[in-house]
Write a protein that binds this ligand. Sequence first.
Ligand code: NAD
Length: 477
Amino acid sequence: MAADHASELQSILDKQRKAFTASRPESLDVRRDRIKRAIALLVDHGDALCDAMSEDFGSRSRQQSMMTDIVGTINLGKYCLKHLDGWAKPEKRKLQFPLSLLGAKAQLRFEPKGVIGILSPWNFPVNLSIGPLMQVLAAGNRSMIKPSEFTERTSDLTKELVEKYFSEDEVAVCTGGPEVAHAFSSLPFDHLVFTGSTATGRKVMEAAARNLVPVTLELGGKSPVVLGRSANFEQAGERIAMGKMMNAGQICLAPDYMYVPEEREEGAIAAVELGVRNMYPTLLENDDYASVVTDRHFDRLQGLVADARDKGAEVIEINPADEDFSNTNARKMPLTILRNVTDDMQAMQEEIFGPVLPVKTYKSVGEAIDYVNANDRPLGLYYFGDDAGEREEVLTRTISGGVTVNDVLFHVSMEDLPFGGVGPSGIGSYHGPEGFREFSHARSVYTQSKRDIAGIAGFKPPYGKKTDKAIASQLKK
Ligand code: NAD
């Protein structure tokens, strides 16, 4: 069975690589046409894809899906169309004196890598598969996509649509579970983009390493919120609630835990609670509020809360309409705030990825900085406050993939900013011009002068006094 997967996938890869090689050089118009087809796929079938996502989740707002998965991805495609000419232009590079006077030239060309694999997760199933595809195509590559098995309907529909808008040797979707995923990550791609958990990312990188396939890893982690004393608490509370409740916290960049001044802990929690109540007056029948994706994920989140409670945390459920969550199959879970958390609790050890928000307190903001630095470098970091000195202290003394100041999540939606993690939260990035470069090979091209450069410089054998003089002049401090 496993061998079947591998040979089937390998044959698609062979087909794509053969077509890639045969069609080079391709004009930028060919790339533009592919991006336009990917945009058309989303425009024409956005509604159907949103229906599939709602069914896969059990409940997920169509408007949210439209914003995060359809429109957000279309915008990345449009951004690529707008900037493609500029990105693809070869760059003239400087030469050591006096080579340019002697007629030599140096240039950097951005060339396609070939066939790029995209392995995507379930939480934003369209955005995280077709999103990277936009920049993969902009850079002139072909692509094979393996979407998540947890959002099966969306993955099947994506496959059907991609078959309609692309030939198999341009873009192909390969569906299946972990076995297919493993075979997929073992293919000798020219580059592999993986979005998912840190644990799976490690396996993907190991499999890719066997073929020396370069990787972009978009992983997860515990993204902290640091609430400064100068913050507007009410506004911060609403923004944190909005970021944490969107997709029921199932966002790689969701605020994972909150660090607040100790004397204002209650005010901070009250502000988040008010935000939840205003935006989500009810939860169970409210389509704006997503379900947790599967029973397994739901049980894990319940387990995190139970473990924290057992180890002494205070558990505060924000249940605006006092609904009974005990007898439902909807996998909906109210935002659950954990106070008095300690490092031995699972909620402080693993990425939460759901509507659970631990709160830690500090006397001085330096404690929050030390805590962030003592743990894995997070994907995102959020600072709220108007104190520029404190903001810079937090930013310059910590490291994270990206930052949003005075809100959460927003940096990922800025098309011109690269998005990615650092270390355990990821390797490489896309979005922005950096995404185009990530999926291109920067090829150095040096054109030699007609003059005898080595002879003039003294580097041509037989070595002698001229060589010694040239070396000595370069050893000068
Ligand atoms: P996951 O790691 O379980 O799965 C992601 C993909 O990997 C799926 O397509 C799956 O089939 C595949 N996979 C599973 N086992 C594999 C294996 N052994 N080898 C190769 N591939 C394998 O992640 P998930 O649960 O779908 O998504 C949630 C995680 O993704 C969270 O940790 C979240 O933070 C992260 N995430 C990161 C970003 C980002 O942009 N940085 C975005 C969304 C989600």
